[in-house]
Design a protein around this ligand. Structure first.
Ligand code: MRU
Length: 339
């Protein structure tokens, strides 16, 4: 399985996901600004992975803040700066706030900053390790609801690369493969940045899990023609009523699944739930620059003068969701009670 990140001698080492699958290159982050830039540029991406990266980013931020007159005030500003890198995935905020709360509480008890930083490092490492354990549990629950001879369609990348390891949606798929019940994965390429083609197909090929790449506009037809019997995707933020934000295109996949009577599952850990919002209309949707739509890397694919609309995520209403696979089991409607 590919390694997304590691914490080594007080530095965060990230696999640069923008260069995959052609080049396997690692980035060394020695300060929180570099971690923020990596999150912003999608060198590290996927909700749980940016949560863990932000946790380590907070450790680096605390090291810097410890040299300033107002340790906690400075750290609060750095936390907000990290959180502002990407607005939709709630895991980023969840992790940064957890690390900050620890620092603030220990600072009130007059613990020395260097000791606080040690404790923050332990918490960040725990978030990292826990994410892998959580994904494995989720994988077990998810594989149990997949049909035998599963032909699964997935969107974007909710795999080892989007987490600290194993994956959420791909964790379910990995577990089904281990149990011998997976026939095929159809991976939407996922325009505009091709996380499905570049990343999902890459990590499944590395692990010899059968994968067929399709373009996004082939999803409905593939469901009809290729016997897709289940859809499993990840999530960036889930509202209290089950409405779910995930990579742009997920909503269309859910509508197509409904039309074909195919179960549509979300796989996400509790850290992806936002209990402060009642429904999906309150989820902030990141809009990214138009160049991502009008070109791929340096290849121009549309006229410079054309306007663009580039929302990075959409929201799938809860009524289109068959179940939400979590580390505590599979949640079913009515979601407000189940969640
Ligand atoms: O823009 P990205 O690549 O960060 O978007 C990622 C997704 O939408 C994933 O499906 C989601 O974060 C779940 S990852 C386990």
């Amino acid at each position: 399985m590919v390694e997304t990140m590691r914490w080594e001698a007080g530095k965060l080492i990230l696999l640069d996901q923008t260069k995959l699958p052609q080049v396997k290159e690692f980035i060394t982050c020695e300060n929180y600004i570099r971690v923020r830039a990596a999150i912003k540029k999608l060198e590290v991406r996927g909700a749980p992975a940016i949560g863990a990266a932000a946790a380590f980013g907070m450790v680096l931020a605390a090291k810097e803040a410890a040299n300033r007159p107002d340790f906690i005030g400075t750290l609060a500003r750095m936390r907000d700066d990290l959180i502002s890198a990407r607005p939709t995935a709630v895991n980023l905020e969840w992790a940064a706030r957890r690390l900050f709360a620890l620092a603030e509480a220990r600072n009130k008890e007059e613990v020395a900053p260097y000791k606080i930083i040690d404790e923050m490092e332990l918490m960040a490492q725990h978030i990292y390790e826990d994410d892998i354990a959580v994904n494995k549990r989720m994988g077990m629950y998810g594989a149990a609801v997949l049909p035998d001879e599963a032909i699964v369609l997935t969107h974007c990348n909710a795999g080892a690369l989007a987490t600290c390891g194993w994956g959420t949606a791909l964790g379910v798929i990995r577990q089904a493969h281990k149990q011998g019940k997976l026939k095929m994965v159809y991976s939407d390429e996922t325009r505009p940045l091709l996380q499905g083609a570049r990343l999902t197909a890459f990590e499944l090929c590395e692990d010899n899990i059968p994968v067929t790449v399709i373009t996004d506009n082939m999803a409905a037809w593939t469901m009809k023609m290729k016997g897709v019997n289940c859809v499993v995707v990840g999530a960036d933020r889930i509202a209290s009523n089950g409405d779910t934000a995930n990579k742009i295109g997920t909503y269309g996949v859910a509508l197509a699944a409904k039309a074909h009577n195919i179960p549509f599952y979300i796989a996400a850990p509790v850290s992806t739930f936002d209990f402060n919002i009642t429904d999906g209309s309150q989820i902030p949707i990141e809009e990214r620059k138009g160049e991502e739509v009008k070109q791929f890397r340096s290849e121009v694919t549309a006229p410079a003068k054309a306007l663009t609309f580039n929302p990075s995520f959409d929201v799938t209403p809860n009524e289109l969701i068959t179940g939400i696979i979590t580390e505590y089991g599979v949640l079913k409607a009515p979601y407000t009670e189940a969640i």
